[in-house]
Design a protein around this ligand. Structure first.
Ligand SMILES: [Zn+2]
Length: 142
């Protein structure tokens, strides 16, 4: 199991901790994948990003409020981040990866976070190509 690197942000560390607590196996920062996902779940082919609400302009979130000064600068900079997120998401989809995003404001409550990870990551069954669920007939395999 990979050692937890020291440079993780507080939300990233919260996500790793919650992921570990619900028993999901993950790897840290995959530099080979577009956008360098913060966590990857190889058997599920999931790439997970922990996004800051401000930098990634979480819609409707109070943490995403833009500064009142240098508005043009910020508008442009943040719009570029959002565009890049979309491109990365498309590139990962082309590589057969599901993309899961956890926002900074979702990492505040460990219980909420665990639930979100169960719904968004654990719900994706490991490797669709070699599915072998107990009790399922082979017909279920597409
Ligand atoms: Zn938010």
């Amino acid at each position: 199991m990979a050692r937890i690197k020291s440079h993780g942000t507080v939300p990233e560390i919260a996500v790793r901790r919650a992921t570990h607590a619900i028993g999901l196996r993950f790897r840290l920062q995959s530099k080979r994948l577009p956008g360098k996902p913060d966590l990857v779940f190889p058997s599920r082919r999931v790439a997970l990003f922990v996004h800051g609400c401000f930098w990634h302009q979480h819609e409707g979130c109070r943490r995403s409020n833009k500064p009142k000064s240098r508005t043009e600068y910020w508008d442009e900079k943040l719009a570029r981040n959002v565009r890049r997120d979309l491109i990365v998401r498309e590139e990962l989809a082309k590589l057969g990866r599901s993309v899961v995003t956890i926002l900074e404001c979702e990492t505040r409550s460990p219980d909420f976070l665990k639930q979100a990870l169960i719904e968004r990551v654990a719900a994706i069954s490991p490797s669709n190509h070699a599915r072998s669920l107990p009790g399922n007939s082979p017909l279920a395999a597409a």
